[in-house]
Design a protein around this ligand. Structure first.
Ligand code: GDP
Ligand code: MG
Length: 203
């Protein structure tokens, strides 16, 4: 099937270094995992065709960013036209969770005003001893209506489910809007509006 440009949905991953952004994509695309994965430099892209429940296909362009400060400007240049965003933290790293609010604000200050695009929060490394407590995450989610998934790139849990739901949501939105006016439709789907995240979690 020939790819139409409007079929290609741009999904960006954001979050601190070493939380597993690259590993999640690697697991999803290649079903592989590296114990010592090499840090992302700048930006990487991968593409994936997703078969939807209704038998149709959607194409994802996964934009994998580097979390380091020096690459933030580069990452920001991809925020503007993103169709969806995954905010990733590691369940064994409290600081990576506390910094999600910064990533959220950075992203929502820049992206092109399509309010309420799908924004998923991902707690990765679910195979490790949990440091970020469930109650703290629940509290955060009650203030910020993300869809939330816990994943393990290492043990391959939660990842297919998360991308499937993301793809289904993106398809629903494009179907209802013809790729336009996403704001109106996404509000119906109850994604967070463009606003500063609030979080009671202390650094
Ligand atoms: P990124 O900087 O966010 O892209 O993180 P990477 O994907 O490069 O992963 C950083 C480190 O965490 C690597 O050593 C990975 O092997 C490890 N890692 C990634 N995901 C998981 C996971 O789900 N569980 C465990 N135990 N380790 C993981
Ligand atoms: Mg990486």
């Amino acid at each position: 099937m020939k790819k139409e440009p409007e079929d290609l949905m741009k999904v960006i991953t954001l979050g601190e270094s070493s939380v597993g952004k690259t590993s999640i994509i690697e697991r999803y695309i290649h079903n592989s995992f590296e114990e010592n994965s090499i840090s992302t430099i700048g930006i990487n892209f991968t593409f994936k065709q997703v078969n939807l429940k209704n038998g149709k296909n959607i194409y994802l362009k996964l934009i994998d960013t580097a979390g380091q400060e020096k690459y933030k400007a580069l990452a920001k240049s991809y925020f503007k036209n993103a169709d969806a965003v995954l905010f990733v933290f590691a369940l064994d790293n409290q600081e990576s969770f506390d910094n999600i609010t910064n990533w959220f604000n950075l992203f929502n200050d820049i992206h092109n005003g399509k309010e309420g695009i799908p924004q998923f929060l991902i707690g990765n490394k679910a195979d490790q001893k949990r440091i970020v407590q469930k109650e703290v995450i629940d509290e955060f989610l009650s203030n910020n209506r993300y869809k939330y998934y816990e994943t393990s790139a290492k043990e391959n849990s939660g990842i297919d489910e998360l991308f499937q739901e993301l793809a289904e949501d993106l398809y629903k939105i494009s179907l209802q809007t013809g790729g336009k006016n996403r704001t109106q439709i996404n509000q119906k789907l109850s994604y967070p509006k463009k606003k500063k995240a609030s979080c009671r979690c202390s650094p």
